[in-house]
Write a protein that binds this ligand. Structure first.
Ligand code: ZN
Length: 677
């Protein structure tokens, strides 16, 4: 089966300190806890017409699967989104009315999350308009515009959707990752249908896994919903002719149209294999596709399109649909080329037990890319780095591809300019200055190290089950990759290789990490709640652990000034040693499959929140009027034709607004029925 986040990674950005100057208008919209930005696609103009057309069709394919993700996230997402859109576009009353404004914000949040649950916190978003107002609005919509089932009345629709929207106890959390509950039954997502229990799911896949090739295990369950109907348990496979066929057929059609523009035979074979996989749903074909994909390092244009990441399934088996379309940033890729060509050196000098080191590091292919389109689970909230494929055996035998998305990190950096975050939370001018000077560079470098080297480093001892760490595996894997990056960030090798300009530049990365892990990332957590998401747990785990372990020597201090708490790092060299110690321990836990030690580490340091500090951070952050989460609108990509209808160029337009884009996507890229059984 797939390695649960073991090697998978969607490296999410953290609240940022400010960056440099800008003229492009990055900020598109802001509401609730969200800010919507736009990104530029530098270098697009210089591509050949053939490459642009390839990007165009891959981009269309990236947008075709939007509804799949919505339905995967919760079975009511599509009818709710469509009902809200019908109200939003036909509302005749005062659009400045407080109730309507609240409905608009709710719809914007539903768009952003691809559903009714918070995209990151996973909790159901509670509307701030009344149920009566909603019912009134819906009744005024022309019924033909509503997602009514055959013979269903508007009142019946309201009776079905209202509790899902308004009752906090109904489908309250998208994915429940931990706790003393049946994770399948407690989760509101749509990866499991019918009255399935966790034990039944486990039994189903244990049986399916029995007798399989353990050297090249198939990612069973990756591309299907598991259903229980009349007592029978079976998979509904996502493929042409299967579940979601209406959208998948469109994706396939665009991939077919992309074929004539492939840059080379290898890339053509990749696209053909992906089409075959969508047509058959055969996971062996998916593996074959992944092998072809990871081995193509010659093409400039690249893409991800499929059922990839398994964060949304509490059992880490079912993958959400996602897509990114991109091309290489050759100048910045020089940086990752240096890192990956020294991969063996980094592995050999890693501060872990030599038994856990990889004797031979295989094909870490790393590059910096420019995205041209984001889709599915990468839109509008997007990762800034990606490392694929996820199947451990493919990584072992064929290596992995690791990317840093620099036009996205650049947009984050530019948009954060003047946010006031550094001034509010950093201890002194020294940290603020260092951050301005080195912040963008060290953030990118840490992402590179995390993706290119961190996830790929180390090995399991023979016979250790890759799934041994269970629900804690994602957090521990992210911690391992982060620690690997943190440790090397401070190594003289960085300056020697020309990756950092000076021996003290790493300090800003350490300071950011500690400030974020101990304090500022808490802005993403609601009062009274614990840390849930794997990347956040990982950051708190590392920062808390280092803080606690270094306490007797005062390595890092939480210092008070004017009633505010600040992180002060007194000894950066010692902090590096602490990171090294924790890296050794996390690697041991993974290599030996030590579930109990892993559980304890995560539960002791990564989960619980200091409520007084949390309250303080939230209050300080609120005054800055910032949004802790960010996402992106895509550029609008259009074919330019001459009078005879021949394509002469592909143009990018950056002027589209957020609601405008979402409504266009709902109009032009929506193919699934409202209810998908
Ligand atoms: Zn990662």
């Amino acid at each position: 089966m797939t390695a649960i986040g073991m090697t998978a990674c969607s490296h999410q950005p953290t609240p940022k300190a400010e960056g440099g100057e800008t003229s492009f208008n990055y900020v598109v919209d802001q509401f609730a806890d969200l800010q919507v930005l736009r990104y530029q696609v530098p270098g697009f103009e210089e591509l050949s017409l053939r490459q642009k057309q390839l990007l165009y069709h891959l981009s269309e394919a990236a947008l075709m699967g939007r509804d799949i993700l919505a339905d995967q996230n919760c079975r009511y997402n599509l009818p709710i989104r469509r009902t809200l859109e019908a109200v939003y576009t036909s509302y005749k009353g005062n659009r400045e009315d407080e109730q309507f404004k609240a409905l608009e914000t709710y719809l914007k949040r539903v768009w952003f999350s691809n559903g009714i649950h918070h995209h990151y916190a996973e909790d159901k978003i509670l509307p701030t308009f009344s149920q009566e107002f909603f019912a009134d609005c819906v009744r005024q919509v022309e019924p033909a515009k509503l997602p009514l089932r055959e013979g269903e009345t508007v009142d019946q629709l309201l009776a079905e959707l209202s509790p899902v929207i308004f009752d906090p106890t109904v489908l309250s959390k998208r994915t429940v990752q931990s706790g003393d509950v049946d994770l399948i039954q407690a989760s509101a997502n749509n990866y499991y249908e019918g009255d399935l229990t966790q034990a039944e799911v486990d039994a189903f896949y244990t049986k399916m896994k029995a007798g399989q090739d353990t050297l090249r295990p198939i990612s069973y369950g990756l591309n299907s919903r598991l259903a229980k109907v009349d007592g029978r348990v079976f998979e509904k496979v996502w493929k042409v002719g299967g579940l979601y066929t209406q959208a998948i057929e469109r994706i396939v059609s665009e991939l077919q149209q992309a074929l004539p523009f492939a840059e080379n035979e290898a890339q053509k074979a990749i696209i053909e294999k992906l089409i075959e996989y969508y047509q058959t749903g055969d996971l062996k074909t998916f593996d074959a596709y992944s092998v072809l994909w990871v081995e193509d390092t010659a093409s400039d244009v690249d893409f991800v399109n499929g059922f990839i990441e398994t964060y949304g399934d509490p059992l880490g088996r079912k993958a959400s649909w996602e897509s990114t379309v991109n091309f290489i940033n050759k100048r910045a890729t020089e940086r990752t080329r240096i890192i990956s060509s020294n991969a063996q050196w980094f592995e050999d000098h890693s501060p872990i037990d030599p038994r856990f080191r990889k004797p031979e590091v295989k094909g870490v292919s790393a590059k910096v890319i420019t995205v041209a389109m984001l889709g599915g689970d990468c839109y509008p909230a997007t990762p800034i780095g990606i490392n694929l494929p996820n199947a451990d055996w493919i990584r072992r035998d064929h290596g992995s591809k690791s990317v840093t998305i620099e036009n996205i990190t650049e947009a984050y950096d530019k948009a954060s300019q003047g946010s006031g975050l550094s001034k509010e939370f950093m201890w002194s001018e020294k940290e603020i200055e260092q951050s301005k000077k080195y912040g963008f560079q060290t953030d990118n470098l840490h992402t590179d190290l995390h993706e290119c080297l961190g996830h790929g480093s180390g090995q399991l001892l023979p016979g250790v089950d890759p799934d041994a760490l269970g629900a804690y595996s994602s957090t521990l894997e992210e911690a391992r990759a982060d620690l690997f990056g943190l440790y090397y960030m401070a190594d003289p090798k960085m300056v020697e290789l020309g990756l950092l300009p000076s021996a003290d530049a790493y300090e800003t990365a350490y300071y950011h990490y500690m400030m974020n892990g101990l304090m500022t990332q808490l802005v993403r957590i609601e009062p009274g709640k614990n840390v849930e998401e794997a990347h956040m747990r990982n950051r708190q785990l590392i920062a808390r652990w280092a803080y606690e372990q270094g306490r007797s020597e005062n390595v890092v201090e939480l210092k008070q000034r004017d009633g505010k708490t600040f992180v002060v790092v007194h000894d950066y060299a010692r902090l590096r040693q602490l990171f090294a110690r924790l890296l050794a321990e996390v690697q041991r836990i993974k290599s030996e499959g030590d579930f109990e030690a892993g559980r304890k580490l995560v539960e002791d340091y990564g989960v619980r929140v200091d409520s007084a500090l949390h309250e303080e951070v939230l209050a300080r952050y609120k005054k800055l009027n910032l949004a802790p989460y960010k996402g992106f609108v895509n550029p609008r990509m259009t074919l330019v034709k001459d009078d005879a209808g021949a394509v002469i160029d592909v143009s990018l337009d950056y002027t589209e607004g957020y609601a405008e884009q979402m409504l266009r996507y709902s109009r032009d890229y929506s193919f699934l029925p409202s209810y998908n059984e």
